[in-house]
Design a protein around this ligand. Structure first.
Ligand code: PEP
Ligand code: MN
Length: 264
């Protein structure tokens, strides 16, 4: 179902606030790694919206490597996201880690994010496949392109054809960056599938200094968009501060993307 052999025309996904993914626009989803408080989220949402981003990201259930690290605000955070996003006319995307909260996600979110660590959680794939909410499927930490597309297939086979793929870097021997951004994977899935594909330069690089250039690279390979972490006070962020752009850097990136999009 995910394959081009099955369907040639690109899949285009339209969100409730009018954002179109997989069409002509390069969609920028942005916001903090974790929702920390309503105030934090409002400051960041206002900044990214002013720079032209219409989809707010933020984790409320966090798949942290250590069980002692901040785990997210849970459903309270989800309600905060909905409230703040509505103030700015933004759509929201947040990660679902288990099937127990699926009803609340269907009620509140515009895109369900499935994280890299859950790419092959088949019960979760089937469960989101039974909803009619668009799903962002991140590539697993060490997943091949074929395995990634097979996971998309699970969602679609359960009845949901609104799947967006997300390349977020894979694990290699290289330790300088957090992960290795597989930019050619965008070209590969374009070739193999009709599904939209976006890039997450933040989790790929792990360093904010690289985000702007990797975003431009994503535009150059004709990805359908990016998902980027932004924080107004990254030094004190509860997660992923080192890879989060400050709002003025984000604005700079958005300006360059705008200019570059007229060239490509
Ligand atoms: C995230 O988006 O904050 C996240 C945890 O991403 P990934 O699943 O790609 O590691
Ligand atoms: Mn993160």
């Amino acid at each position: 179902l995910a394959s081009k052999a099955f369907k040639k025309e690109p899949t285009i996904i339209t969100l409730k606030n009018g954002v179109v993914i997989g069409g002509d626009d390069f969609v920028v989803m942005s916001g903090p790694c974790s929702v920390e408080s309503e105030e934090q989220l409002r400051i960041i949402a206002k900044a990214v919206k002013d720079s032209g981003s219409n989809v707010l990201r933020g984790g409320v259930f966090k798949p942290r490597t250590s069980p002692y690290a901040f785990q997210g605000l849970g459903i309270e955070g989800l309600k905060m996201m909905r409230k703040v996003a509505d103030e700015f006319g933004m759509a929201i995307i947040t990660e679902l880690m288990g099937t127990e909260h699926i009803d609340e996600f269907v009620k509140y979110v515009d895109i369900i994010q499935l994280g890299a660590r859950n790419m092959q959680n088949f019960d979760l794939l089937k469960a989101v496949g039974k909803t009619n909410i668009p799903v962002l499927l991140k590539r697993g930490l060490s997943a091949t392109i074929e395995e990634w597309l097979m996971s998309a297939e699970y969602i679609m086979a359960s009845g949901n054809d609104q799947v967006i793929l997300c390349e977020r870097g894979i694990r290699t021997f290289e330790k300088y960056t957090r992960n290795t951004l597989d930019i050619s994977a965008v070209l590969a899935v374009r070739e193999l599938s009709h599904l939209p594909v976006i890039v997450d330069p933040s989790h790929a690089a792990g360093k904010w200094e690289m985000i702007e250039s990797l975003s431009l690279a994503s535009l150059a390979v004709e990805a359908d968009g990016i998902i980027v972490e932004v924080h107004h006070d990254p030094e004190n962020a509860l997660s992923d501060g080192a890879q989060s752009l400050k709002p003025h850097k984000f604005e700079h990136m958005m300006d360059r993307l705008e200019k570059a999009s007229t060239v490509f």
